[in-house]
Write a protein that binds this ligand. Sequence first.
Ligand SMILES: C[S@@+](CC[C@H](N)C(=O)[O-])C[C@H]1O[C@@H](n2cnc3c(N)ncnc32)[C@H](O)[C@@H]1O
Length: 194
Amino acid sequence: MTWNYVTPGIPDEEFVRDEKVPMTKEEIRSILVSKLRLNKGYKVVDIGSGTGSVTIELGLLVGQNGKVYSIEKDEKALNLTRKNIEKFGLKNVKVIEGEAPKALEEIDEKVHSIFIGGSENLEENIEKAKTLLLPNGRIVIDAILIETIARALSVLSDFKVEITEAIIAKGMKTSKGYAMLSRNPIFIISAEKV
Ligand SMILES: C[S@@+](CC[C@H](N)C(=O)[O-])C[C@H]1O[C@@H](n2cnc3c(N)ncnc32)[C@H](O)[C@@H]1O
């Protein structure tokens, strides 16, 4: 299927995937993208792009005058990010190969929002991300571990913070009807520069 929409929450099956590379699921992507508060022409960063699913959502939303910097350190994941960028025909993404925060040094302009989906070097990444943000810029982090919330909060005292827990269940058709299957709860930390 060709994807002709800018609505967030692209179905998971639209992406080129590999079971060894974890992907942020479509409902979670919808929430976190809304927390990034985007507009056409915005410049955004995806730290730990994995399959590239968030990068693709961001690229479609900011449009051709916007820009997405997509950072990934793992070769297999990078390969998937590139394949998905190609599949969705995006021309507004710059893929940066390497580990943040060092890889963030390749970004030579201020940005509106930064998404952190990879938790390695989290505190350092948040500190570096702060220096790249425009006024009222936002940092959004998604996490599986409750410890990640504490780590993020330890370096966000100068930001206005909101924490959301998303608990999603999906219907699975059985012979008797739909049974709801729960997925892992995900924490979404949204922080705004004040
Ligand atoms: C949970 S996955 C991200 C999933 C991604 N949002 C998606 O939908 O496919 C986390 C990714 O972040 C990467 N990562 C973790 N810490 C990183 C860092 N400091 N710099 C660059 N990549 C990082 C990992 O290699 C992994 O691919």
